[in-house]
Design a protein around this ligand. Sequence first.
Ligand code: G3P
Length: 857
Amino acid sequence: MDTMISVWTMVEHVRVASGAAELAIFTAILYWFFTSSRVADMLEVVGERVGGWCGRDTSSSLRQAVRARKRQQEYSKLDSTANCRKSSLFRIKEGPVIPAPEPQLRPPSGLACGRCAPVSRESWQDHKVRDTGAVINILDIGRQNFANGGVVSRYLCDLAQCCNLCAYDYKDVVPNVVKDESVAQAIEEATQEELAKAKENGQSGASYATIRKRVEARALKVVQDISSAMSNNVLKFVAWVCHKAVRRVAGGGCGTRVAGVERLRRANAAGLPVVFVPLHRSHFDYILMTFTLYLTGLRPPLVAAGDNMRIPFFGWFLRGCGAFYIRRRVEGSEYHGDPTYKSALRAYILNSLSAGNNLEFFIEGGRTRTGKPQTPKAGILSVIMDAYLDGTIDDALLVPATLNYDKLVDGNFVREQLGMPKQMETFWSALRGIWRTLNTNHGSIRVDFNQPISLKELVTSFQKYQHYKAPIETCLTPPNNNLAVNLDRQILYNHSHSSLYGADVSTDHKMMVEAIGRHLVYDAAQATALMCTNVVSYVVLCEARRGLPAAALAARLAARTRDLAAAGRDLAYTGDAATALRHALEMLGRGLIRREGDIIRPGTSIAAQLELAYYANTVVAHYAAPAIVATALESLICASSSTEFRQSELVSASLQLCEVLSHEFIICAPCQRIQDQILDVIDSLESQQLIIKDKSDAVLEEQQWSRRMARRLEGDDDDDRPDPTQRVTYTVSDKPEAVAERQRLVLTLRPLLEAYSVTCRHLQAGTMKDVVKNSLDSLTEDFTQNKMLYGEAVSTDAIRNCLRLLRQWGVIHVYTEGKTRAVRIAEPYASASALEDVCHNVHKFNMNTPLLEPSNK
Ligand SMILES: O=P(O)(O)OC[C@H](O)CO
């Protein structure tokens, strides 16, 4: 009986379910039927037929009369439009000829370097199609294929598109990795090491076979932990979710340069592995990059993700989208001293490339905390270079990429800047973050791809020219001039180098990886689209810190926009400055910007200014070189109390400041001489009439120009000849516009220099944490007591970078005591006067200058 009842219940369920399905299908058919014109046409035909059979004059039916009237109204509307056009044409013919407005062109998007990758620059460019700077919303890529059909494709367009996305063959490379020669060698090494240890400890039961088995099992687990589980189904599902999420999150759309996408499609046809090298701003970057490439018809890459992203559910999901997990730091982890991890990771990357996969890794390591591009981590890049150098791959195409958001997606980094530890990613924090993100309008988003660059071409160029191998920054004034030592020190501090470089890697190889890495970051940073929030924050902090009326601020924004566009920067906003300002203020929110009546100024809290500086720093990085020269100039003026100076003095002071800020900015591409960059800036300051050249130096100017050209064209490195331009002299202009411009440039770097100066003043032996805390406390006190005006100077990042510089100069030693990092002052600087002397190299650029006195700021 029970069985019968349960069978009957099941039958009932099936009937209800099939009934519901039938009803849904019937409703869909009715909807389709009545929303199309077919039903009207059919009614008309049937009406005519019935009228005919009944002997009625069908031409005079009521229905037709109504339709005829409607048609007449339509025709009269069309007639009046045509008349209006005709009369306008007549007026145009009669009146003066006004040329049609030229479409606003953006600069060419992210071209490869003409010096070290000229062939790549030519290869992926389609000369028949001009890069008009068009930007397409990624949600529209490929949509036209589905949007013009019937109701299903109209309303389920996203689903239709995602279901039709190309399926790729993702081979499981784990079996190959386990069999890889280098992994086998590492397993053997680890086994021998453990066997020796066991014998030392007198463990009699430990045989080679049992230890080997244990090490092999551990190695297999390591490989499985690393490996991605890329799946076409997960990708399609994520693509569909992204359609919905991006539409909700990005009110202004998510744009990408059409030219960039087209170049990628052309490069893809070359059949080489493509390695995407994006700068990192948000956790959203992972998904957006993959989503954009997938919609574009490119094979989504395997993405190197930090193991902090391996959280329940989301970590699995990322794995399905191509994430493979790497240790953020091998040193100090369970894998420290275990050769199997490094070999497994290398073998995984190389086998994935050989299997035809594309790859993506964030070259800066983590997300930028300051909004500035960070110096590169070279671990994965060095593995790819090794793969090319040892013939595992013939070549690879490196694609620098950038993402930028009108409004920060992951929440701000203020806590970390104020010295609090990073909050680790967890399932709940990810859920909270996603919920918050989905309920906030983040304005516009940009995802852009530079031109693909052949790794082979880059390596050949860097091997060919000796000067590329030279350190990127100028030599140190304090405390030594040994270039090799300095670069080695620089490399030493980059953790990822020690993680993945083998012990047998030459300094030349490290230098090449470092230089290529810096080039990629530099290229990506140059091509980053500037959002209106970036430019408005910069203007508010550097030109309107004391407040400006909205109209004056809009005028400043318009001028800054013109200047950035003229410098070839891609601006992600259009329209008049007042509208851009309104949008930016809305995005930044009242917490960051204060409005008192018509006056707009930055928020007064440290947190507000730090967050504002995050947005502004994308523009600060753009102005780094002129700001360095202007600050160096101000330090010369303050030191000599004269407004006259020699070019050579300014160049040398600027080089010193470049050195001081070498952990903050990549001033120029590594294939450029920093001296030339500084000379170019000096020329531009002169053309803007900020400085005036002594007229008697006209001959010297020509000599200087030809000397610079010769150096650039021939790679002529002979700097021993006496430089006739040493004597070129300038006078600083005292015109109000020139003073205002100098002020802006000095203010661009001032918060950083305040932080550096305070860090130097608080140098003492102790734990790293205490040194950072003391400097932060002192900066906070100065700010709250109004002795220092820049809330964004209270920044852990700047303090740590200053400590890195001092370590590089040999002023401090950083060592590990137990699990704590500690600082000790190096012997030559143990006395207060010696320390003061070396720190003067920082303090002199944080000079007291009338330029920044209250009435001027
Ligand atoms: O910015 P972090 O340090 O949280 O790192 C984020 C990266 O996405 C890890 O892969």
